[in-house]
Design a protein around this ligand. Sequence first.
Ligand SMILES: O=C(O)CCC(=O)C(=O)O
Ligand SMILES: [Fe+2]
Length: 304
Amino acid sequence: MDDWTPIDAPINEGLSDSVFSLEKLARGEIPAIILRNAWQPEICQSLVDRLIEEDLLYDPHVEIPEKFRAVAIPEGYFKKGADTDASYAWNTNKDTGRTRIDIGSSLGYRGSNPDDFFSHASESQAIFNRLFDNNDNPIELIYGALERLSRGKRAVTAYEPDGRQYCPAIIRAHYDGYTYKPHFDSVRLREKRENYSVSAFEHQFAGILVLQNAQRGDRSAQAIIHRCLWDPHVDPHIQDGTFHDYAEANQIDKLEVCLEPGDLYFFNTRSIHEVPGLDGELPRIVVAVFIGFSSDREEIFVWS
Ligand SMILES: O=C(O)CCC(=O)C(=O)O
Ligand SMILES: [Fe+2]
């Protein structure tokens, strides 16, 4: 089979690599676009320190405070359509106790009721405006990178025709070895959110900027992207947790994306992907966005 290699370069080089980077990602021809040193590691660290000082995240050296326990999100959790009950991206019938803290509004998690979602998103927007007022802004960094990769499209926070805005990005802290098992993300195909404008895009990508790695000895928690775009045939393997056997039997290629704080990567969320957790001393913390991309649309929609 032909090779499947990412664009992987220091940010400025990576951004000018190919005129068709995003199209290649859309077609699954490359696994990822990895932009090294997009943000300085010291700035990542000072943002993490600030988030703890401002009580937006908790210090991993202490027991989880009640305030955070109440909002912690279990592994694999999302909601479909207008469901109020949770679905799981894979079958998790027991509570693993590993949780995630979000700063921002996840459509996958909060989108069942649009009014609640959009009002939560506007509160998050205010938090980000305050956090990044006079400071280096990782959200602008991500949007700017998308605009340069697209050679002329505009990256905008996703909005509805009536002007309501989505949340521009999300900061996620994964505590205690929180794991993303093999899954895909799609507002269209998985969460079935036809009532949201973001579901009109042909392709969905994710952009992830690593602020802090979960590290244990010389290992760290890192994403793996499989050379397999989701379709209904692979779904049972995702649900049953047998995707690894399926991948091995079918010799499906994969890429481990090894990142340091300050590295930014983009991938097609229809590719089956995972982040095996690692219960290190510190949580893995990222700034994340979802991205709606259609070749024939001027605007790239960004949300979380
Ligand atoms: O944290 C990551 O690197 C990827 C997480 C993920 O699966 C996603 O954002 O859809
Ligand atoms: Fe994902």
